[in-house]
Design a protein around this ligand. Structure first.
Ligand code: BG6
Length: 475
């Protein structure tokens, strides 16, 4: 496997094949990301983008107009000269599940045009129901022996379907050529968790149950389902957000120091954490649905799908035994945040007079696109007494490194795929371990609670972390 994240240098020559190229993901994320990589000179000199979809536009020009406007909408004003050079490298070919002949010859043409000896990546930006048949179609292509494949979540909907999908993948692709994306791991702020923990002697010695008494991983979203009724009805928030993004965050917070920063070491440590997870107690899990969800277009009027989940999780290993991890996410909530709060134990003896709020003993990671880290501490209020007050130490990443060129999550992850670096991707073992853990809960989910739009979710969820409550909202 690779040498780890942050490798320098351009990727080798590549043909990147995007399947589902007229879909939402391709338009919102993939094309804007590829175009920016192109502008930043991070794509290989020899690069060709073969785009394919079942809903075929009339011709290549119509397709390019769609891509151009997607990049403009989701990325902002376009450098037209750069666009024209980028567009020259794009071809479009309609396809269907079972007949990939046109696609295979488009890939072969692109390969020849680049002078042969190129790497090939298949990016599956398609609905999950189509994944297995598309994998089988690709499996018949000559180039598949050396190609990499990129998949989007959900990676199955339970253990059985995940195993079936993994078995299909492994018929055609070795583990190191399978890239399962969790775009949260592509976020600068999330990778910075590793830097904070493993590059500073300040934190590593105290990162355990002896010094930490709770962790909150809180990802409320203000948006509702925004027209994605089909997706939400078939997936639900647990499978969309919890079993994926929030458990990956939990893994990054909890994993033991890896001996190297490479895919093997990181995956090994993540797997150890996932193996140590205690099966969730359904009484400590809250499923919610926002009021009005059932009236959304395309939603079943008696839908029992959860748009909100809060839960308590324990990692039963030597490092984390007894420390509750509180996870919360949902749609149509009061605010949009991605906040991890690490609560430290109180000093054994109280020698200062007066009481100060106990949230002054926390490390707060704001995982926004403008990442910030705060240490909320008690400090002496200047003056003639030993009165304590609340103080805040602050690191704002973009201010600290004003010259840096941050990459958006998909930019980083696409680049890593082309560099052949699977460090920030999810392994087969991780996927199966998590489903094994979640299957019983999803077979018998807790009763659904309704919550008003714009609130912090059902009342039961507010009470989950006990008296201290959730760190958010921070008044
Ligand atoms: C996606 C989910 O993976 O992540 C969406 O499908 C969610 O439901 C989104 O809104 C959140 O990601 P971000 O990067 O916008 O916070």
């Amino acid at each position: 496997m690779s040498t780890g994240p942050g490798q320098e240098g351009l990727p080798a020559p590549h043909v990147l094949v995007v399947l589902g190229a007229t879909g939402d993901l391709a338009r919102r994320k993939l094309f804007p990301a590829l175009f920016r990589l192109w502008l930043l000179d991070l794509l290989p000199e020899k690069f060709h983008l073969v785009c394919s979809a079942r809903a075929a536009p009339e011709n290549r020009d119509v397709f390019l107009t769609m891509v151009h406007s997607a990049v403009e909408v989701y990325r902002g004003a376009i450098d037209e000269a750069g666009w024209r050079r980028f567009a020259e490298r794009i071809s479009f070919v309609p396809t269907s599940d079972d007949d990939g002949a046109d696609l295979e010859s488009a890939i072969s043409d692109a390969t020849k045009e680049l002078g042969g000896d190129v790497h090939c990546v298949y990016y599956l930006a398609i609905p999950p129901s189509a994944t297995e048949s598309v994998v089988r179609m690709l499996g018949k292509f000559d180039i598949t022996d050396s190609a990499k494949i990129v998949l989007e979540k959900p990676f199955g909907t339970d253990l059985e379907s995940a195993r079936r999908l993994n078995a299909t993948l492994r018929e055609f692709f070795d583990e190191e050529r399978i890239y399962r994306i969790d775009h949260f791991l592509g976020k600068e702020a999330v990778q910075n968790i590793l830097a904070l923990r493993f590059a500073n002697g300040l934190f590593q010695p105290v990162w355990n149950q002896q010094h930490i008494c709770y962790v909150q991983i809180d990802v409320p979203e203000e948006i509702d389902i925004q027209g994605r009724a089909d997706f939400m009805e078939s997936t639900g928030t647990f499978r969309d957000m919890i079993s994926t993004h929030l458990f990956q965050l939990l893994g990054f917070v909890a994993l033991a120091p890896p001996s190297r920063l490479d895919a093997w070491s990181l995956r090994h440590e993540m797997v150890k954490i996932f193996r140590a997870l205690r099966p969730p107690d359904p009484k400590r899990v809250v499923f919610g649905q926002y009021e009005g969800y059932r009236e959304e277009a395309g939603v079943d009027e008696s839908s029992g799908v959860e748009t909100f989940v809060a839960m308590e999780v324990y990692v039963d290993d030597w490092c984390w035994i007894g420390v509750p991890f509180y996870l919360r996410t949902g749609k149509a909530l009061a605010a949009a945040r991605r906040t991890i709060t690490i609560g430290f134990r109180e000093p054994p003896l109280k020698v200062f007079p007066g009481d100060v709020d106990d949230t002054c003993n926390e490390l707060v990671l704001e995982l926004t696109d403008d990442p910030k880290i705060f240490a909320d501490v008690r400090a002496k209020v200047p003056g003639p007494t030993f009165e304590l007050g609340r103080g805040r130490m602050r690191l704002a990443l973009l201010e600290a490194f004003p010259e840096a060129e941050p990459l958006e999550a998909y930019e980083r992850l696409l680049l890593d795929v082309m560099r052949g670096d699977p460090t920030l991707f999810i392994s087969t073992e991780q996927v199966e371990l998590l489903w094994q853990l979640f299957d019983p809960l999803l077979d018998e989910p807790p009763p659904l609670q309704h919550y008003p739009r714009g609130s912090w979710g059902p009342r039961e969820a507010l009470q989950l972390p006990g008296e201290r409550g959730w760190r958010l909202p921070d008044s």
